[in-house]
Design a protein around this ligand. Structure first.
Ligand code: CUA
Length: 160
């Protein structure tokens, strides 16, 4: 079979691109452990308010763990409980969220934190809040008529 010179170049280019992309994805996933936020833990969405930690939504200081604070948050149509969160700047925070009804989103604007809050699943993400300020939390999954009004506020404050 005869291949034109340019055809061969493009085949090599296409094949090499594919290999490079797969390599980058593989190295990121397996070597650096970079994964999308996962929701491996399950929960009965009808009893969210009776089940720990969701029976006490809010910001909790923890000790003896790899993070300093746990933020427990329940999403439902069309609000977050609690509506405001306050954490000291520089702390390592684990966000633990779930939904009581439909799929909601949890996006902290101006950061790379963006998770889904799914009924029946617990989504978790740990990050360090290193810049003081007010960060609007918005619902990033369309969930119904009140979707655009669904928000909370993360206040990263200076004092401990
Ligand atoms: Cu909740 Cu969109």
């Amino acid at each position: 079979m005869h291949l034109h010179k340019y055809e061969r170049y493009w085949l090599i280019f296409g094949g090499a691109s594919l290999v490079i992309f797969l390599l980058i994805t593989g190295i990121m996933a397996f070597h650096y452990g970079s994964h999308p936020p996962s929701a491996k833990k399950t929960i009965n969405y009808e009893q969210v308010e009776q089940i720990a930690p969701f029976n006490k939504p809010g910001v909790h200081k923890v000790s003896g763990k790899d993070w300093d604070y746990e933020v427990v948050l329940v999403a439902s149509a069309f609000y977050y409980n609690p509506p405001e969160l306050k954490v000291p700047v520089g702390s390592k925070v684990k966000f633990i969220i779930t939904s009581k009804d439909v799929v909601h989103g949890f996006e902290i604007t101006g950061t790379n934190v963006n998770m889904m809050a799914e009924p029946g699943y617990i989504s978790e993400y740990t990050t360090t809040v290193d810049k003081a300020g007010d960060y609007l939390i918005v619902c990033s999954e369309y969930c119904g008529v009140g979707h655009a009004q669904m928000h909370s506020m993360l206040r990263v404050v200076d004092s401990k």
